[in-house]
Design a protein around this ligand. Sequence first.
Ligand code: SF4
Length: 255
Amino acid sequence: MKREQVFEFFRRLAEANPSPTTELDYINPYTLLVAVVLSAQATDASVNIATGPLFRTIRTPKQMIDLGEDRLREAIKTIGLFNTKAKNVIALSRSLIDQYGGEVPRTRDELQTLPGVGRKTANVVLNTAFGEETFAVDTHVFRVCNRTKLAPGKTPEEVEAKLDRVVPKPFRRDAHHWLILHGRYICKARLPECWRCPVIDLCPYQPKTPPPGERVKPSAARSATPASSGVRIAKGRTAAKPKEGRSRSRPSRLP
Ligand code: SF4
Protein backbone atom coordinates (compact mmCIF):
# COMPACT_ATOMS: atom_id res chain seq x y z
CA MET A 1 0.00 0.00 0.00
CA LYS A 2 1.35 3.44 -0.91
CA ARG A 3 2.08 6.07 1.70
CA GLU A 4 -0.93 8.25 0.86
CA GLN A 5 -3.18 5.19 0.82
CA VAL A 6 -2.01 4.20 4.30
CA PHE A 7 -2.87 7.68 5.52
CA GLU A 8 -6.31 7.50 3.91
CA PHE A 9 -6.85 4.00 5.34
CA PHE A 10 -6.39 5.22 8.91
CA ARG A 11 -8.15 8.52 8.29
CA ARG A 12 -11.30 6.62 7.39
CA LEU A 13 -11.07 4.21 10.34
CA ALA A 14 -10.50 7.22 12.61
CA GLU A 15 -13.47 9.02 11.12
CA ALA A 16 -15.72 6.04 11.82
CA ASN A 17 -14.43 5.61 15.38
CA PRO A 18 -12.55 8.67 16.70
CA SER A 19 -11.78 7.26 20.17
CA PRO A 20 -11.12 3.54 19.93
CA THR A 21 -10.00 1.58 22.95
CA THR A 22 -9.80 -1.95 24.28
CA GLU A 23 -13.03 -3.83 24.86
CA LEU A 24 -11.55 -5.37 28.01
CA ASP A 25 -12.87 -3.86 31.24
CA TYR A 26 -10.17 -2.64 33.64
CA ILE A 27 -9.63 -0.15 36.44
CA ASN A 28 -5.89 0.54 36.49
CA PRO A 29 -2.71 -0.73 34.75
CA TYR A 30 -2.59 -3.80 37.01
CA THR A 31 -6.17 -4.90 36.27
CA LEU A 32 -5.54 -4.25 32.57
CA LEU A 33 -2.47 -6.48 32.71
CA VAL A 34 -4.48 -9.24 34.42
CA ALA A 35 -7.34 -8.89 31.94
CA VAL A 36 -4.99 -9.14 28.94
CA VAL A 37 -3.29 -12.24 30.38
CA LEU A 38 -6.73 -13.80 30.91
CA SER A 39 -7.82 -12.94 27.37
CA ALA A 40 -5.35 -15.28 25.63
CA GLN A 41 -7.43 -17.62 23.44
CA ALA A 42 -10.63 -16.24 24.98
CA THR A 43 -13.05 -13.51 23.97
CA ASP A 44 -12.97 -10.12 25.67
CA ALA A 45 -16.64 -10.57 26.55
CA SER A 46 -15.96 -13.83 28.41
CA VAL A 47 -13.09 -12.20 30.31
CA ASN A 48 -15.26 -9.22 31.29
CA ILE A 49 -17.93 -11.52 32.70
CA ALA A 50 -15.36 -13.05 35.06
CA THR A 51 -13.39 -9.92 35.91
CA GLY A 52 -16.45 -7.74 36.61
CA PRO A 53 -17.04 -9.25 40.06
CA LEU A 54 -13.32 -9.98 40.61
CA PHE A 55 -12.15 -6.39 40.07
CA ARG A 56 -14.76 -5.05 42.47
CA THR A 57 -12.49 -6.15 45.30
CA ILE A 58 -9.17 -7.15 43.72
CA ARG A 59 -7.28 -4.24 42.19
CA THR A 60 -3.66 -4.64 43.33
CA PRO A 61 -1.06 -7.43 43.25
CA LYS A 62 -1.18 -7.63 47.07
CA GLN A 63 -4.96 -8.14 47.05
CA MET A 64 -4.55 -10.85 44.40
CA ILE A 65 -1.94 -12.70 46.48
CA ASP A 66 -4.24 -12.47 49.51
CA LEU A 67 -7.09 -13.89 47.43
CA GLY A 68 -4.95 -16.91 46.56
CA GLU A 69 -4.79 -19.24 43.60
CA ASP A 70 -7.75 -21.46 44.56
CA ARG A 71 -10.22 -18.61 44.88
CA LEU A 72 -8.87 -16.92 41.77
CA ARG A 73 -9.30 -20.18 39.85
CA GLU A 74 -12.89 -20.36 41.02
CA ALA A 75 -13.49 -16.73 39.96
CA ILE A 76 -12.18 -17.25 36.42
CA LYS A 77 -13.30 -20.83 35.79
CA THR A 78 -15.54 -19.73 32.89
CA ILE A 79 -12.46 -18.63 30.91
CA GLY A 80 -10.49 -21.11 28.82
CA LEU A 81 -7.17 -22.34 30.25
CA PHE A 82 -8.17 -20.97 33.66
CA ASN A 83 -5.85 -23.31 35.59
CA THR A 84 -2.70 -22.06 33.87
CA LYS A 85 -3.94 -18.47 33.85
CA ALA A 86 -4.66 -18.52 37.61
CA LYS A 87 -1.11 -19.76 38.23
CA ASN A 88 0.34 -17.05 35.98
CA VAL A 89 -1.69 -14.24 37.53
CA ILE A 90 -0.61 -15.21 41.04
CA ALA A 91 3.02 -15.59 39.92
CA LEU A 92 3.05 -12.28 38.04
CA SER A 93 1.46 -10.53 41.03
CA ARG A 94 4.23 -11.89 43.23
CA SER A 95 6.86 -10.74 40.72
CA LEU A 96 5.33 -7.26 40.61
CA ILE A 97 5.63 -7.01 44.39
CA ASP A 98 9.13 -8.53 44.60
CA GLN A 99 10.71 -6.80 41.60
CA TYR A 100 8.71 -3.63 40.90
CA GLY A 101 7.34 -2.48 44.26
CA GLY A 102 3.81 -3.56 43.34
CA GLU A 103 3.70 -1.30 40.25
CA VAL A 104 3.30 -2.37 36.63
CA PRO A 105 6.62 -1.64 34.86
CA ARG A 106 6.64 0.68 31.86
CA THR A 107 9.08 -1.06 29.53
CA ARG A 108 8.50 -4.00 27.24
CA ASP A 109 11.57 -5.85 28.49
CA GLU A 110 10.45 -5.59 32.10
CA LEU A 111 6.88 -6.56 31.30
CA GLN A 112 8.07 -9.61 29.40
CA THR A 113 9.90 -10.90 32.48
CA LEU A 114 6.49 -11.46 34.12
CA PRO A 115 4.91 -14.95 33.99
CA GLY A 116 2.34 -15.26 31.20
CA VAL A 117 3.34 -11.96 29.59
CA GLY A 118 4.55 -12.11 25.98
CA ARG A 119 5.31 -9.36 23.50
CA LYS A 120 1.69 -8.86 22.45
CA THR A 121 0.45 -8.50 26.04
CA ALA A 122 3.28 -6.10 26.84
CA ASN A 123 2.42 -4.00 23.79
CA VAL A 124 -1.26 -3.81 24.76
CA VAL A 125 -0.39 -2.67 28.30
CA LEU A 126 2.19 -0.11 27.10
CA ASN A 127 -0.30 1.32 24.61
CA THR A 128 -3.54 1.24 26.55
CA ALA A 129 -2.32 1.92 30.08
CA PHE A 130 0.65 4.19 29.34
CA GLY A 131 -0.12 5.73 25.93
CA GLU A 132 2.94 4.32 24.13
CA GLU A 133 2.87 4.03 20.34
CA THR A 134 3.09 0.23 20.26
CA PHE A 135 1.47 -2.18 17.84
CA ALA A 136 0.08 -5.32 19.43
CA VAL A 137 -0.40 -7.89 16.68
CA ASP A 138 -3.12 -10.37 17.50
CA THR A 139 -4.93 -12.66 15.07
CA HIS A 140 -7.21 -9.83 13.85
CA VAL A 141 -4.39 -7.36 13.25
CA PHE A 142 -2.33 -10.04 11.53
CA ARG A 143 -5.18 -10.92 9.18
CA VAL A 144 -6.13 -7.33 8.32
CA CYS A 145 -2.51 -6.29 7.70
CA ASN A 146 -1.98 -9.21 5.32
CA ARG A 147 -5.27 -8.97 3.44
CA THR A 148 -5.00 -5.23 2.90
CA LYS A 149 -1.22 -5.38 2.29
CA LEU A 150 -0.94 -2.57 4.82
CA ALA A 151 1.86 -4.43 6.59
CA PRO A 152 2.17 -7.95 5.19
CA GLY A 153 4.30 -10.46 7.07
CA LYS A 154 4.65 -14.12 7.86
CA THR A 155 4.90 -13.65 11.61
CA PRO A 156 3.35 -11.22 14.12
CA GLU A 157 6.82 -9.76 14.72
CA GLU A 158 7.26 -9.04 11.00
CA VAL A 159 3.84 -7.37 10.81
CA GLU A 160 4.60 -5.34 13.94
CA ALA A 161 7.91 -4.12 12.50
CA LYS A 162 6.20 -3.09 9.25
CA LEU A 163 3.41 -1.29 11.10
CA ASP A 164 6.05 0.58 13.03
CA ARG A 165 7.53 1.73 9.71
CA VAL A 166 4.35 2.66 7.83
CA VAL A 167 1.74 3.99 10.29
CA PRO A 168 1.69 7.81 10.05
CA LYS A 169 2.21 9.92 13.15
CA PRO A 170 -1.36 11.06 13.85
CA PHE A 171 -2.60 7.46 13.94
CA ARG A 172 0.19 5.62 15.75
CA ARG A 173 -1.31 5.67 19.22
CA ASP A 174 -4.67 4.18 18.21
CA ALA A 175 -3.69 2.16 15.13
CA HIS A 176 -3.77 -1.22 16.82
CA HIS A 177 -7.26 -0.62 18.26
CA TRP A 178 -8.61 0.37 14.85
CA LEU A 179 -7.05 -2.70 13.27
CA ILE A 180 -8.36 -5.07 15.95
CA LEU A 181 -11.88 -3.66 15.77
CA HIS A 182 -11.82 -3.68 11.96
CA GLY A 183 -10.79 -7.34 11.97
CA ARG A 184 -13.24 -8.31 14.69
CA TYR A 185 -16.35 -6.68 13.21
CA ILE A 186 -15.81 -6.15 9.47
CA CYS A 187 -12.77 -7.94 8.04
CA LYS A 188 -13.80 -11.18 9.72
CA ALA A 189 -11.76 -14.34 9.38
CA ARG A 190 -14.23 -16.60 7.60
CA LEU A 191 -16.13 -14.04 5.56
CA PRO A 192 -14.91 -10.44 5.40
CA GLU A 193 -17.85 -8.04 5.13
CA CYS A 194 -16.35 -6.13 2.22
CA TRP A 195 -19.68 -4.66 1.11
CA ARG A 196 -19.76 -2.44 4.20
CA CYS A 197 -16.01 -1.88 4.55
CA PRO A 198 -14.91 1.77 4.65
CA VAL A 199 -11.56 0.96 3.00
CA ILE A 200 -12.79 -1.34 0.25
CA ASP A 201 -11.28 0.75 -2.56
CA LEU A 202 -7.86 0.74 -0.85
CA CYS A 203 -7.77 -3.02 -0.26
CA PRO A 204 -6.41 -5.40 -2.91
CA TYR A 205 -7.87 -8.56 -1.31
CA GLN A 206 -9.90 -10.74 -3.68
CA PRO A 207 -12.55 -11.94 -3.99
CA LYS A 208 -14.50 -9.15 -2.32
CA THR A 209 -17.58 -10.35 -0.46
CA PRO A 210 -20.77 -8.91 -2.01
CA PRO A 211 -23.82 -7.90 0.08
CA PRO A 212 -25.86 -10.83 1.44
CA GLY A 213 -28.66 -10.41 -1.13
CA GLU A 214 -26.23 -10.56 -4.06
CA ARG A 215 -24.35 -13.68 -3.09
CA VAL A 216 -24.60 -16.80 -5.22
CA LYS A 217 -25.80 -19.73 -3.17
CA PRO A 218 -23.27 -22.59 -3.08
CA SER A 219 -25.84 -25.00 -4.55
CA ALA A 220 -26.46 -22.63 -7.50
CA ALA A 221 -22.73 -22.17 -8.03
CA ARG A 222 -22.23 -25.94 -8.02
CA SER A 223 -24.93 -26.58 -10.58
CA ALA A 224 -23.50 -23.82 -12.81
CA THR A 225 -20.03 -25.41 -12.76
CA PRO A 226 -19.40 -27.75 -15.69
CA ALA A 227 -18.35 -31.20 -14.49
CA SER A 228 -15.34 -31.10 -16.81
CA SER A 229 -13.82 -28.14 -14.94
CA GLY A 230 -13.36 -30.07 -11.72
CA VAL A 231 -11.17 -32.86 -10.46
CA ARG A 232 -12.90 -35.96 -9.24
CA ILE A 233 -11.97 -36.48 -5.59
CA ALA A 234 -14.64 -38.86 -4.39
CA LYS A 235 -17.67 -40.55 -5.80
CA GLY A 236 -20.22 -37.90 -6.69
CA ARG A 237 -18.04 -34.95 -5.60
CA THR A 238 -15.74 -32.58 -7.46
CA ALA A 239 -13.15 -30.03 -6.47
CA ALA A 240 -11.64 -27.17 -8.42
CA LYS A 241 -8.40 -27.93 -10.22
CA PRO A 242 -5.36 -26.57 -8.42
CA LYS A 243 -3.77 -23.74 -10.36
CA GLU A 244 -0.49 -24.46 -12.03
CA GLY A 245 2.58 -23.43 -10.10
CA ARG A 246 0.71 -23.12 -6.83
CA SER A 247 1.59 -25.27 -3.84
CA ARG A 248 -1.31 -27.53 -2.98
CA SER A 249 -0.61 -27.28 0.72
CA ARG A 250 -0.70 -23.49 0.72
CA PRO A 251 -4.02 -21.91 1.71
CA SER A 252 -5.66 -20.06 -1.18
CA ARG A 253 -6.45 -17.13 1.12
CA LEU A 254 -4.36 -15.32 3.61
CA PRO A 255 -5.51 -15.72 7.20
S1 SF4 B 1 -12.36 -4.87 1.58
FE1 SF4 B 1 -12.85 -6.84 2.55
S2 SF4 B 1 -10.86 -7.89 2.75
FE2 SF4 B 1 -10.45 -5.70 2.37
S3 SF4 B 1 -10.25 -4.77 4.42
FE3 SF4 B 1 -12.35 -4.51 3.78
S4 SF4 B 1 -13.43 -6.29 4.66
FE4 SF4 B 1 -11.23 -6.77 4.67
